[in-house]
Design a protein around this ligand. Sequence first.
Ligand SMILES: NC(=O)c1ccc[n+]([C@@H]2O[C@H](COP(=O)([O-])OP(=O)(O)OC[C@H]3O[C@@H](n4cnc5c(N)ncnc54)[C@H](OP(=O)(O)O)[C@@H]3O)[C@@H](O)[C@H]2O)c1
Length: 298
Amino acid sequence: MPISSKTQVFCVLGHPIGHSLSPAMQNAALAEMGVDGVYVAFDVHPDALGAAVAGLRALGVVGVNCTIPHKEALLSLVDALSDDAACIGAVNTLELREGRCTGHNTDAPGFLAALRAEGFDPSGCKAVVLGAGGASRAVIVALARCGAEVQIVNRTHDRAQALAEQLNGRLGSTSIEAVCREPAALGSALRNADLLVNTTSVGMAPEVDRMPAIPVEALHSKLFVYDLIYNPLETRLLRTARECGARGQHGAGMLAHQGALALQLWTGIAAPVAHMEQVILKTLSAREQELRASLDNG
Ligand SMILES: NC(=O)c1ccc[n+]([C@@H]2O[C@H](COP(=O)([O-])OP(=O)(O)OC[C@H]3O[C@@H](n4cnc5c(N)ncnc54)[C@H](OP(=O)(O)O)[C@@H]3O)[C@@H](O)[C@H]2O)c1
């Protein structure tokens, strides 16, 4: 669609942002939806975040995605927060309408939608979540809200404990607990689990030979393993789980669903999530080929 004086601008703010897949995914979706819009990426230093949001308000930009390292800082820069954003303590989507800026978090519903798209219903399941960072908070809130029992395992155990206490308090639940990384405790949690979610960055490119420290013998064929990492698509964790008979899935689906939910908030139109996931996969594969070619030539 040609750019005109009526073209709407959408964007993502991050630092760094050069490798973001969002422009490719969201522009493909806007074209498929027939929306006269363009989606761009802005590298915004944390010191400039307030000025950037003020500028977007002044320009009348309606839809903004936000990524590392801005998700927490935005909590204090918005006029209102959705329930999910307030509970998780992070904003990944801004909706700016009539001078009012609302912070949303589409990572949590995006994660659930991606799980369900794989045929896994997390309602009432027993889940082990590896990691206690930003992505973990969204995953745990999503799981706890659909009645799952969640055990958090983290390299820094105190952080897992603090997170369990904080989220139980916010959700009025007792279903979230921290488990230590010691093999006997973690092995027993895994043997009883229906779902294992990796929210750590361990195994992400370029460190593709690494995997989270888990007792592999506790993986079993009734376990579903969701790895939030999408580069590479098959992490060492997913490969190991598959070899143990478990089902597994990479994080490209979550990335597509969280983006689709943001687009729907801004435009009121359902976004073509399957097409968006295809664009992610194609873009990753093109980047891998470029990297191989540059290694071969260099
Ligand atoms: N698919 C999606 O849509 C999606 C969305 C969001 C994030 N993600 C992915 O999720 C991952 C985490 O993102 P985040 O924003 O949550 O990051 P984060 O806030 O920095 O948290 C990182 C987590 O990984 C753990 N960790 C890091 N290095 C480790 C190591 N060497 N050994 C053991 N644990 C380690 C940290 O443990 P400590 O607490 O001990 O430091 C922490 O729990 C990234 O790979 C990101 O790309 C995917």
